[in-house]
Design a protein around this ligand. Sequence first.
Ligand code: ADP
Ligand code: MG
Length: 415
Amino acid sequence: MKLANGSFGLDNEALIIKSGIRNVFTPHIPIDEISHFFGREDEATRLVSVINSPGQHILLYGDRGVGKTSLAKTTCKLILHKLQRGHFFEKRCDSGDSFSSIFVEALEKCGIDLSFREATQTHNQGGGAVLNAVFAKADLSSKRETKTTIVTTFKPDSPSWVANHLKSLSGIMLIDEADALQDESDKKKIAELIKLLSDHKSNFKLVVVGIAATGEELTAGHPSVERCLKEVSLQRMCDEDLKKIILNGMNSLNLRPDDSVVEKIVDISAGYPHFTHLISLKCGEAAIVRGNKHITKDVLKSALNEAVKDSEGALQRMLESTLRVLNTPQEYKFLLLTASYCNTPEFRSSELREKLKSKFGVIVDSQTLSRRLTKLTKGSEKTILYKPARGCFQFTDPRMPSFLKMALNADDDVM
Ligand SMILES: Nc1ncnc2c1ncn2[C@@H]1O[C@H](COP(=O)(O)OP(=O)(O)O)[C@@H](O)[C@H]1O
Ligand SMILES: [Mg+2]
């Protein structure tokens, strides 16, 4: 018997790549050019004006997936292109970063090579071979002591040292995901640096991006920083702008979604452009593979399945682990799906009861409903709901309603 040799979907992939759709709908990549950037006029205007005001720097904050990086990158690049010349630096922080690792590239532009310092330190603790190699590379072969002295004056941990070097640079530094910095003192140092650059009226501007708590952490113990660090909170996108993302993208690819499909994508997205891109991409890919540019509700349904598979693991795991331990998961699915249609982040069980009745014709008595909702707030791990106040419930992850609408709309058992 001959085993079938699958093509592993390569033929379909080739079609999709040729269409260019993955450069139009980019759920996992921030936008950095104006032609793919929609809405956000007010926020972009504010960023432009703050960055161009002497002594002022920006803190941009909002939920994950709401469009912070896209707004920051697109605006910074536009400023540097149209208004002033200068360098653009971008550092996406992770838990391994510290104050000194953030500015490596910018310091390099000032002629300071921090890797050189590290190499020399290796020598100071040990053998001579590394030393020779480093010195030979730096063309400093003979004067060992003098050069060591210069090298040890590197103080990338010190805000004033970093400020002294960066203050004469022109440009913008985007410090993204600043909330990932583990050590409080690193955030304090960023605040100090901002204060110093501001005092020097430097043309080197910092745009710090993070979640809301980042602002408090940055300004804690440094109230004077508030004067030079302007906060911009980024809210969800409006439906009108989400629609523009879908229609412009679809048009550019000659794809024709039904109005009801566009509406459904906007509805599921709930203000998060990440989901708009993700579902539009999956719809478009399905249409391209089928060779039919018309996107119907059926296409959307299969696209939602694909979109769920491509969603962040954390959201999938949270839903799975919630349902796994329940005796009647189906009933809870209804409940969660209905909760995801509540318009405000927090909802009361009476509101949900009304919605269950009007949307699905399901009638639950209020005590049972409260008990079930409370059950969803209890568990050893992070739970899907929490209680922000007595009698109120809220999704722990603000993106969960969109994920539920995708996952459960694609689920035949529920719909
Ligand atoms: N103004 C916008 N116009 C079009 N797409 C956007 C816009 N803002 C964000 N996006 C898209 O939404 C997704 C999430 O954006 P991103 O900037 O990465 O969010 P965040 O940094 O807040 O997590 C990305 O796929 C990006 O392409
Ligand atoms: Mg981001």
